[in-house]
Design a protein around this ligand. Structure first.
Ligand code: SF4
Length: 296
């Protein structure tokens, strides 16, 4: 298995060249990753992700991703672009994984064992996220490179950082916002640290939910941290060119500022975002929260 390099400026520049102008930053970067891999692999895995639950779909860019890539990047190898749609029923996940396995082996037992092993890894990974680890922390712990910290670092301020996983946890896209906050002794919580049952509970408090899976998760996580966890502030990290975030951002902002009187800041990332500007804003926001709590 070959994975593309960690995101960097060269990949982003390549992606910008290949993608249509109005694509969002993560989609541009994705094209850069495809370009970096295409000459070193025989098959490329770009599934058509339609629905991860049995209710709503992902953003249309996920639905069309294999097609966008196919028509934007030349010289591609064979694509595995199988459709994944949990609205088809509860066996869809197994069927999807099994169909992928059949591209590599006729041995049904071997495919089943691989799926079972992957499920075990995912359960362990998910457990670590719910204990407050970021995906990068969880991978290191699962690889045995480090231990789970016994105590959370906390300097009196708790901040919810909301955004899509492919934005928040990609150090190049997010300009390492999570690390920067932790280095300032802020306790950081993200949507991936919220249990599924709490997400569902928050979804039921709204008269209507959004149409896109990840956007709903961001809104529900925002509500959970505002209502149940008493965070000191919220930062929403949003990618330039993201259509769904026009609504997601406003919903969280209204709930935080108008209903709860909790400080809220939006950080919009584009391909030209400089770290210095983000650093200054983060520093000012954290100082404001500390002053509000009487810690400065
Ligand atoms: S939700 Fe926004 S950031 Fe994510 S793929 Fe869709 S447009 Fe891009």
């Amino acid at each position: 298995m070959v994975v593309s390099p960690v995101s960097n400026k060269a990949l982003m520049d390549e992606g910008v060249k290949d993608t249509v102008n109005d694509a969002c930053v993560p989609i541009k970067l994705f094209h850069g990753h495809v370009a970096a891999l295409k000459d070193s692999v025989d098959i490329m895995f770009i599934p058509r992700m339609v629905s991860l639950d049995n209710k709503v779909t992902l953003c249309p860019k996920f639905l069309g991703l294999p097609d966008m890539v196919r028509y934007s990047v030349s010289g591609l190898p064979e694509l595995i672009d199988l459709r994944f749609d949990m609205r088809k029923g509860k066996h869809e996940l197994y069927n999807f994984l099994f169909r992928i396995g059949q591209r590599f082996s006729d041995n049904r037992l071997k495919i089943g064992q691989a799926i079972w092993q992957a499920r075990g890894s995912f359960v362990n990974y998910r457990r670590l996220l719910l204990q407050g680890c970021t995906p990068a922390d969880a991978f290191e712990i699962l690889d045995g490179d480090r231990q789970l910290p016994q105590e959370k670092r906390c300097g009196g301020i708790k901040l919810a950082v909301l955004g899509y996983p492919y934005t928040l946890y990609d150090d190049y896209v997010s300009v390492k916002i999570l690390d920067k906050l932790r280095h300032r002794d802020v306790e950081v919580v993200t949507p991936e640290m919220v249990a599924a049952s709490d997400m569902q509970r928050m979804g039921k408090t709204l008269p209507k939910n959004l149409f896109w899976h990840y956007s709903n998760r961001v809104v529900w996580a925002g509500l959970y941290y505002l209502l149940d966890m008493n965070v000191d502030g919220i930062i929403h990290v949003t990618a330039f060119g993201c259509g769904p975030d026009a609504m997601t951002n406003k919903l969280i902002e209204l709930e935080a500022k108008n209903q709860r009187k909790i400080p809220f800041m939006t950080v919009t990332i584009d391909e030209h975002t400089g770290e210095a500007g983000v650093d200054t804003r983060l520093e000012a926001f954290v100082d404001l929260l500390r002053r509000k709590r009487g810690l400065l």
